[in-house]
Design a protein around this ligand. Sequence first.
Ligand SMILES: [Zn+2]
Ligand SMILES: [Zn+2]
Length: 404
Amino acid sequence: MDWVSDNIVIAEAASKKGLCDHCLGRLFGKLGTGMTNEQRGRIMRDELSSRGVDTKAPDVCWLCDNVFDILGRFADAAADAVASVESENFLIGSRVDPEIAAKEKSLWDELGAENAESLKTELNREIGKLALPKIHRAVEFKNPQVVACVDTQFADVTLDISPIFISGRYNKLSREIPQTIWPCRVCRGKGCPRCHGIGKMYSTSVQEIIGDIAIEMSNGKEHFFHGMGREDIDALMLGTGRPFVLEISSPRIRDIDLDELEKKANVSDMAKFNSLTFVARDAVQRTKDLAPTKTYKVRVRAEGKVNKERVNEVAQSFRNLCIDQRTPARVEHRRADLVRRREILWVEADWIDESTFDLTLETESGTYVKEFVSGDDGRSSPNFSEVLGVKCGVETLDVLAIND
Ligand SMILES: [Zn+2]
Ligand SMILES: [Zn+2]
């Protein structure tokens, strides 16, 4: 075999270091197909002795400390770890003692070994081969659901379990809860007198109502909530609901019953959920990137008398009209102060009494609706109050539809 005689000089120098067959053969890992590194090592050693070079394998390998003698133990430990979680597929990884990795690198440099494979790559493959028949799941290289990483120095296994993603739509039926967990402003989650020790500004949220149940069902670690935008705490989310993706990290059970999750979450009278389905990770970005128009209903209180015809007339005047909105005074402390142009698609009025009326309106994503009605001291222009000639304020705001 050409690759053998071509590399005999490297092999001789390497064998004098006292390498096991695996480590010797791995120096030529990218050459000669259909064989293991151990076989490559043996072929090299045979070739050397036929040329009169004494190359007995040492009792303890200079490079790997005979790590290959205990591959079976690694494979058992990895198989046990994978068996402790539910998955369709898996991958074995390894962590090599950094000192050994550095030693290997300097050996390559010293010998000019250009066709070497790394110890880590060989360990991953060989442990995987031994573990595969014990695991009965498919090996997945690209997007494994679980990676069992064998630390060869301490012979322990850590599991890296990929998250599950569940999309759905939610209704928020309470004006007292936020969409996502809101950590306490004072203690940032640790617990303090301000938050009565719970570490949060609100006792629960849409996220926690479904996320806590999903964690329990999947035996996962943490939940993350990715909504297609969000409404204010004091706003309701009605209609068919707002799209979201719930992410559960490190789920030991992946295939949870989504009907059951929906049923359990819907026991809450503060939020309801529908259309739950498993989705891939990229659904998170897609959900966040979409910015559909929204339909709102607001209860408006006027600070003076208004008549029905005039309210209707003003409502009609806001059809496909762009308004400029400077960052509202109420969110100025946490958002950059700039002017955004947003379109009001249509407004319909429903007069109730001389100082009360409802507006139903569809607006471009990102429109500050309360400020469109009040004018926010001229920061939103044109605005409903200004055109009506009477100062108005929003009493309640509900999202009727996310038009995605
Ligand atoms: Zn070795
Ligand atoms: Zn606190």
